[in-house]
Design a protein around this ligand. Structure first.
Ligand SMILES: C[S@@+](CC[C@H](N)C(=O)[O-])C[C@H]1O[C@@H](n2cnc3c(N)ncnc32)[C@H](O)[C@@H]1O
Length: 294
């Protein structure tokens, strides 16, 4: 039966505190691999001659948060295309995050005068309607969205629009949690149990949708582990935040029907690993990369 538990994103301030804790508890040993993959994705732009020496490069990035991933990708672009002007459109609805990103951007533009940003404090949906209203028709060589899909009104709309926003030969990238990791498997189970897929989209949904549309893509998997220690302790404030992240719902232990809570905790017990006094679940990322036919 469908229930109406609250989204974690219903209170943005609460959401970002939760997200910070999540980031502190996630580990990956593949950062160097991830950077190397991004370098090869970006090199493809010159190898396919989509961007030639001194050409301007246009990038769109959506749901950036404070722009941690973008900083790394922009540094790669600047290194690989030292003679190009790089123009970046940034779309992020949370002001506090966008302001942090603007701070980082100021340092970057001082160091790299060829780099400029255009800021859109807006949802992706809002950005798209503003584009339409203002006849803003710019398209992009590189589009990036890292863990944004969960909160869009309609992620299928986003996939369609992302594709449309990329120039021929350009690259659309979308990073999202893997449906094959333990956390992703919980998302799949949970949305059946609650009867509500809100905020629980996974990589497999996106790739199935793209396949059905005949779109070719490549997947780059980044192995990650989520430290869920404390999740079974009813009175642990941090453990309860961990639990909220596992199901994408606010105050889950307090508000969930007992049978739903039991199903989730049983699943987590069976699908996590105890090690060195802690407990861990896999929560891999998948970067879904599409090169638009020229
Ligand atoms: C999981 S965070 C990811 C942030 C960042 N990309 C990262 O990986 O650290 C999701 C981001 O999506 C943003 N967001 C929520 N709803 C959105 C929407 N409709 N359109 C665009 N971004 C949205 C949130 O404000 C938040 O910054």
């Amino acid at each position: 039966m469908a229930s109406s538990l609250e989204s974690m994103y219903s209170d943005v301030e609460y959401y970002f505190k939760t997200f910070e804790l999540y980031k502190q508890r996630v580990t990956t040993v593949f950062d160097e691999q991830w950077k190397a993959e991004w370098e090869s994705i970006i090199k493809g732009l010159s190898e396919r001659k989509v961007v030639k020496d001194k050409d301007d490069i246009r990038m769109l990035t959506v749901a950036t948060g404070q722009g941690d991933s973008e900083k790394i990708i922009i540094e790669i672009l600047v290194k690989l295309f030292p003679n190009s002007k790089l123009k970046v459109d940034v779309v992020e609805p949370a002001k506090i995050q966008l302001d942090k990103f603007k701070g980082t951007a100021r340092e970057m533009t001082t160091e790299h005068p060829n780099l400029t940003f255009q800021w859109f404090e807006d949802t992706f949906e809002g950005y798209m309607s503003k584009r339409q209203n203002n006849s803003y028709e710019t398209k992009f060589h590189l589009l990036m969205c890292v863990h944004g899909m969960y909160y869009f009104d309609d992620w299928t709309f986003a996939v369609d629009q992302f594709y449309d926003l990329v120039l021929p030969g350009g690259v659309m990238t979308n990073t999202i949690g893997s449906g094959d990791s333990e956390l992703g498997k919980l998302f799949i189970k949970y949305r059946e149990w609650e009867g509500n897929p809100m905020n629980l989209v996974i990589s497999n949904d996106v790739t199935s949708y793209m396949k059905a549309k005949g779109l070719s893509y490549q997947m780059y998997v980044r192995k990650c582990l989520y430290d869920i220690t404390g999740v079974f302790e009813e009175k642990s404030a941090e453990g309860n935040v961990v639990l909220n992240v596992l199901v994408g719902r606010r105050d889950f232990r307090m508000n969930a029907p007992q049978d739903l809570l039991t199903k989730v905790l049983d699943f987590v017990m069976e699908n996590s690993l105890e090690e060195k006094g802690g407990r861990y679940m896999t929560c891999d990322d998948v970067n879904i990369v599409l090169v638009k036919p020229a």
